[in-house]
Design a protein around this ligand. Structure first.
Ligand code: CO
Length: 220
């Protein structure tokens, strides 16, 4: 093996261990995947969906991008969502952000980083929606932390407003959206109380979740 032999060695060990625990594991997965969840998370290497939720291969369908952003023109994210909702029929869509998100910090700080500025613009839209609150926070670290939380809530709103989710709810498909945030320092997930199961609840649930976030911070 010329390149990265350690990764292939680790992979061989892992496959053997999985087979030892369950000899039919790979054969079962090769025939069918039946995940109950779609995860929309940050690409950050420290936030691996399967490990932090204790889920095995086959149990969670995953889409990740910088700062877990859901944009209504992003064919990549929308295609993942369509497959998850219409084919896999996942029961839950989890948008998971994390504290210490570099994408969120870059969006707050604003210096040009090139192409990615266009992506970060979507996080700045989330910031601008709460600009009075964000600017009233006492320091940059607090603003960063609060925007990590509010960005999750805004992206849940975006998920809820896709035609894919609206149509699923319209035809009576059971689908619940959630907004979570992960702590790099303690490895713990926190529910941001944005769980939604119909379009009718959207505005109320999002407003309450935003109010809950705001209430945890002291502003100037
Ligand atoms: Co991140």
């Amino acid at each position: 093996m010329k390149y990265l032999p350690e990764l292939f060695a680790a992979n061989a060990r892992w496959a053997e261990e999985m087979r030892a625990v369950d000899p039919g594991f790979f054969a079962g997965l090769a025939a069918l995947q039946n995940p109950g969840y779609l995860w929309i998370g940050c690409s950050d290497s420290r936030v691996p969906a399967n490990q932090i939720t204790g889920l095995k291969p086959g149990e969670i369908f995953v889409h990740r991008n910088v700062a877990n952003v859901v944009v209504h023109t992003d064919l990549n994210c929308l295609s993942v969502m369509q497959y998850a909702i219409e084919v896999l029929k996942v029961q839950h869509i989890i948008v998971c952000g994390h504290y210490g998100c570099g994408g969120v910090r870059a969006a707050l700080e604003g210096p040009s980083l090139g192409l990615i500025d266009n992506w970060l613009r979507h996080i700045q839209d989330a910031r601008d929606r709460h600009l009075d609150f964000i600017t009233a926070l006492p320091d940059d670290a607090t603003r960063w932390q609060a925007l990590c939380e509010l960005n999750v809530i805004e992206q849940v709103r975006n998920v809820a407003r896709t035609t894919l989710v609206g149509d699923a709810w319209q035809r009576g498909q059971s689908l619940i959206l959630h907004g979570w945030i992960y702590g790099l320092k303690d490895g713990r997930l926190q529910d941001l109380q944005t769980s939604l199961k119909s379009s009718a609840e959207l505005d109320t649930v999002i407003a309450e979740a935003v109010a809950t976030v705001r209430s945890r911070y002291v502003t100037r």
